[in-house]
Write a protein that binds this ligand. Structure first.
Ligand code: UFG
Length: 339
């Protein structure tokens, strides 16, 4: 059974490809390498001892996508391919709408025409904005996201839901909280492309001496230590949730299914707690300074994961410290590649 994984050489995509291959799926990757490198493919092969099919092109090229569907018996798709930098999305809104939504529509057109079901979409807890109640469950009201990136996720969810309803298909919208960590082998992780925006890659580079110090964006929030609280989910655990969500869809008959799952640990952790946990886990120092708040940041977000536990038989298994150890292993691997 072949599964199309778009953005399969990206951060979450590459970890999910490994889990799919380990589970016996045939995997067809389409990735334009805009935010990845070819060595990730080689490393996936080393880790799994298996070879996924790989097509390097931009999914806006519908004619190339059609050829992939002609060449393989695709029975499902996990759609990771998207631009994801929140700040950049504000500066390049049209590019973000084009890249994140045209590509999605092209895949759905192929699904529609060929009668394929089982579509899984990478969504984000950003669709909840600052939720009123913690932990956040799947019924929490959606808010119009502040960033264009967030809007593309919310619009994507709507497009896919309408697709499922109109054509009687099975879909799953996975709302990630904050994915962190790297593969235990140290050979897959989040590639540093320029100055990191996200906390853990920035912490990693600060510990490695690439950045002088971490800027903590505000310690005057209404939380225990004043820094914002998030739900940091280990990327391999997250990858496994995709396999469970896909299998669930594949096991159900032909009726319309619209699944929505929050994927997190269920635990809120502050920025300062992440920094301390990283220092302890890896026996390194992370110099930091407290700065003004970053625009658009919310105070607190962590998931209610009961639904995923019950319906996907999945839960996060890896502690914060363990996942932060893999981050350091990944940094050491990157260092060894550039020497
Ligand atoms: N932070 C710092 N310094 C940094 C980077 C981050 O203090 O250099 C803080 C942020 O202020 C925030 C926390 O660390 O309080 C986490 O920040 P991230 O950028 O790692 O993650 P966010 O929760 O802001 O963003 C994530 C995803 C986005 C998504 C958003 C909302 O990265 O894709 O959640 O769902 F849109």
């Amino acid at each position: 059974m072949a599964v199309l994984v778009t953005g399969g050489l990206g951060y979450i995509g590459s970890h999910t490809v490994v889990e799919l291959l380990n589970d016996g799926f045939e995997v067809v990757i389409v990735d334009d390498l805009s935010n990845s490198e070819r060595f990730i493919l080689k490393n996936i092969e080393e880790i799994t001892g298996k070879k996924p099919f790989f097509y390097p092109f931009d999914l806006r090229r519908r004619e190339l996508l059609t050829q992939v569907f002609d060449a393989h018996k695709i029975e499902g798709c996990i759609n990771f391919a998207a631009s994801k930098a929140v700040g950049e999305s504000q500066l390049k809104p049209v590019d973000y709408y084009e890249n994140n939504l045209f590509t999605l529509i092209n895949i759905l057109q192929e699904f529609k025409e060929r009668g394929i079901s089982n579509f899984i979409f990478s969504s984000s807890c950003t669709v909840y904005g600052q939720a009123e109640k913690m932990p956040i469950d799947e019924n929490a009201p959606l808010k119009i996201p502040e960033s264009v990136y967030g809007k593309t996720k919310q619009m994507g969810e709507e497009i896919i839901t309408d697709f499922a309803k109109a054509y009687g298909r099975k879909i799953s919208l996975l709302r990630y909280f904050n994915p962190i960590g790297a593969h235990p082998s140290g050979k897959l992780g989040e590639l540093p492309m320029g100055i990191p925006n996200n906390l853990v890659p920035y912490v990693m580079q600060t510990a490695a001496g690439i950045r002088e110090r971490l800027n903590i964006w505000g310690d005057d929030y209404d939380t225990e230590d004043g820094t914002p609280v998030r739900d940091y989910i280990y990327v391999v655990d997250l990858a496994k949730a995709h396999v469970s969500a896909l299998k669930k869809l594949m096991q159900i008959g032909d009726e319309t299914i619209i699944d929505i799952f929050n994927l997190g640990t269920g635990k809120g952790v502050s920025v300062l707690e992440v920094v301390k946990a990283f220092e302890i886990a890896n026996d390194v120092k992370v110099p930091y300074q407290i700065c003004a708040r970053r625009e658009g940041d919310i105070t607190v977000a962590y998931a209610n994961v009961d639904k995923a536990e019950k319906e996907l038989h999945w839960k996060s298994e890896t502690s914060l410290e363990e996942s932060l150890k893999t981050v350091w292993k990944w940094q050491l691997y990157l260092d060894s590649q550039t020497v």
